[in-house]
Design a protein around this ligand. Structure first.
Ligand SMILES: [Zn+2]
Length: 237
């Protein structure tokens, strides 16, 4: 049922007119489509990881999530899933949700409409076949949407979501403390938190700051009485 974002055609038209880069701006995102920032009910957050699976980072993060009793959503890349299919299946086996980031990590607006469509279809088919879990959500690389990709996403039944807070955990200078502090600069309560379980597009090993951040984040969320959810639990479709 596509009713919840039945404005999809309108959204695609708006995005095409104002230009995709506008989706970088939180205020513009809110104005364009409130659901795009991935906001859900207060009292909880959706926890999300991009750019995986990664042979070291993803298992390390899965272990911390197990200890914390959290389930999260992993926005994976098709080419990484094909390379590390065992890691991708482990994500699902441990009760997490897999979603689409794309097939290759490239700006969609730098590609032809056909290449953008093909990228999304290939990623969808890969994730569905290798994890057994057809994805329901899509976050494009760099958060930059394109009209043709939005149309393809609607055809596949995947809904675009971005984020409301990020930990800037792609930097070698990031620490567990800095990641939590950066997240808290965004909209946390009822929001969608963006982290990375890979250094594919990050400084080498930057994901260690993500691993260090999770227990600290648990303290802060616990103090605020905020539950951790997957995207599917957090956002109404
Ligand atoms: Zn990414």
């Amino acid at each position: 049922m596509r009713g919840k974002w039945g404005g999809g055609a309108a959204l695609a038209a708006v995005a095409a007119q104002v230009g995709p880069a506008v989706t970088w701006l939180p205020a513009a995102r809110r104005a364009l489509a409130p659901g795009l920032a991935g906001r859900g009910p207060r009292g909880g957050v959706a926890l999300t990881f991009d750019d995986g699976p990664h042979p070291e980072a993803t298992p390390a993060i899965l272990d911390v999530l197990d200890r914390l009793g959290w389930t999260a959503t992993f926005f994976v890349l098709g080419e990484q899933v094909r390379r590390y299919a065992d890691v991708a299946t482990e994500v699902v086996r441990r009760g997490h949700e897999v979603a689409l980031h794309g097939d290759a990590h490239r700006y969609l607006i730098a590609r032809t409409p056909r290449a953008a469509r093909d990228d999304l279809h290939r990623a969808f088919d890969t994730v569905a076949a290798l994890t057994g879990q057809p994805p329901l959500w899509w976050r494009p690389p760099y958060g930059v949407l394109s009209g043709p990709a939005l149309v393809a996403a609607r055809g596949l039944g995947v809904r675009p979501v971005l984020w409301s807070a990020w930990g800037r955990d792609w930097r070698s200078a990031a620490t567990g403390e800095s990641v939590v502090a950066d997240l808290e600069r965004g909209e946390v309560d009822g929001g969608m938190l963006l982290l990375h379980d890979s250094d594919l597009t990050s400084d080498p090993g930057a994901w260690r700051s993500t691993v260090a951040a999770l227990p600290l984040l648990a303290e802060r969320l616990g103090a605020g009485g905020l539950a951790v959810r997957t995207v599917g639990e957090h956002v109404r479709r």
